[in-house]
Design a protein around this ligand. Structure first.
Ligand code: ASP
Length: 421
């Protein structure tokens, strides 16, 4: 059994969907679970629907229509024989269910609303791909991931119940692969109440890893628009180098600091079961990619450069001028945790405590609202967080030339600097 994951770019339009079916054909599609993300930038578009709705802007309706139109075009371009495929009605139903949910919703819990709406991107994409694959003879079953992947109700950062999930996936997939391969949604899980809880942006990698873990898969493959793992983003750093092999440990560190190649939570489950993960190109699908495994040779690893853009630095000082102590910190941390605002970097001083986070407008505002009675809060927007693993002075100098650095942290292997963009 193998698990494949196709991200948004690999299914962004009709040609891309056709390419996915070719890859499946070339690689013996039976005995596979195929995890698919929302098409192209659909998650961002649905996020926009939620933000408009949450702000009371009636344009959310139009934005939702836009999501439907986009997918309709993809379906129309997939089938050139004039037949109306079943996917059209299925997608329409998903869109209308989302519309009904928003129209009737009375909750002000942003994260809950977000997950119910944003998750439909994956339901739409898998419906389209599964239908199309079946129509070209790649026999598959569409599995609703909410039947087998269980989380708590930490919306937008669902925490997986591995025991229950492993059992359900094992049972269900064993039954379904008898009649073809399995297609399922990335990024989404089910809360105990049966609501959707997403696993964090780019969470489909994690979904694939949960399936690989639960099925004791022989291998997991993530198909991307790059040849494999690089030591830096080539768009930011033209001299970026290809890394052919990497240990699980290094991959965890890289992704923790924001290397966008794979979702940070992806590695742990497959590491526990020693399942190798290959990152390879859907554009150049015959080429070998980068392999992450337990016994990779990393003697020649270059410095790894990771940029996180659009960072916000929040600095807290107690209103009573007292020192920042543990009781303050526990309050700050609890508020960040409740709002699921992930901390990228933190630093404390006598009377202030600073935290860098991604620019997540609503979450940041909710955190500030909750803490402003107790703390004076200053906010710096438009920052970049640079992390270099296996650094050397030359590379630090090169990347920080003429930069205004606000916070710097250094350990034996890693340096992090928060600077103005
Ligand atoms: N569609 C989700 C996102 O864009 C999850 C994923 O693609 O992995 O974040």
């Amino acid at each position: 059994m193998q698990v494949y994951k196709f991200g948004g770019a690999s299914v962004k339009d009709a040609a891309a969907v056709k390419n996915v079916t070719s890859i499946l054909k070339e690689n013996n599609f039976n005995e596979k679970v195929v995890v698919i993300s929302a098409m192209g930038k659909t998650t961002n578009e649905l996020e926009n629907v939620v933000n408009q709705y949450y702000a009371g802007n009636a344009d959310w309706q139009k934005s939702l229509d836009g999501v439907f139109e986009k997918h309709l075009t993809i379906i129309n371009n997939l089938y050139d024989n004039g037949n109306k495929p079943k996917a059209v009605d299925d997608v329409k139903k998903l869109i209308e269910a989302a519309r009904k949910f928003l129209a009737e919703n009375a909750s002000r819990n942003y994260n809950y609303i977000y997950d119910q709406i944003v998750s439909i991107g994956e339901y739409i994409s898998t419906t389209i791909v599964s239908d199309y694959a079946n129509s070209v003879g790649l026999k598959n079953t569409l599995l609703d991931v909410k039947e087998v992947l269980f989380t708590d109700n930490a919306y937008t950062e669902g925490k997986v119940d591995f025991k229950k999930t492993e059992e359900a996936i094992g049972k269900k997939v064993a039954e379904l692969v008898k009649t073809g391969f399995v297609i399922t949604q990335g990024f989404v899980g089910s809360t105990p109440e049966g609501f959707a809880a997403t696993l964090g942006r780019e969470g489909s990698d994690y979904t694939a890893s949960i399936f690989a873990y639960s099925l004791n898969a022989e291998r997991m493959t993530v198909w991307k628009d790059v040849e494999g793992i690089m030591n830096a983003d080539p768009k930011e750093y033209p001299e970026a180098q290809f890394i052919s092999e990497l240990t699980f440990h290094e991959a965890i560190e890289m992704t923790y600091y924001g290397a966008s190649v794979i979702h940070p939570k992806t590695i742990k489950p497959i590491q526990n079961k020693n399942i190798p993960l290959e990152v390879r190109s859907f554009v150049n699908s015959g080429k070998r990619g980068s392999v992450i495994s337990a016994n990779a040779n990393t003697n020649f690893l270059p410095a790894i450069i990771i940029w996180k853009r659009q960072q916000v630095l929040l600095s807290f000082s107690a209103k009573d001028f007292s020192f920042i102590a543990e009781d303050h910190l526990s309050k700050v941390f609890a508020t960040f945790a409740e709002n699921r605002l992930r901390i990228n970097m933190m630093q404390n001083a006598a009377i202030s405590f600073s935290i860098a986070v991604d620019f997540k407008k609503e979450k940041i505002e909710n955190v500030i609202d909750a803490l402003q009675n107790d703390f004076s809060i200053t906010r710096n927007d438009g920052l970049s967080l640079l992390t270099i693993r296996h650094y050397n002075q030359g590379i630090i100098d090169k990347l920080t030339k003429d930069k205004d650095i606000l916070v710097r942290q250094i350990s034996r292997t890693t340096i992090q600097m928060l600077m103005r963009e």
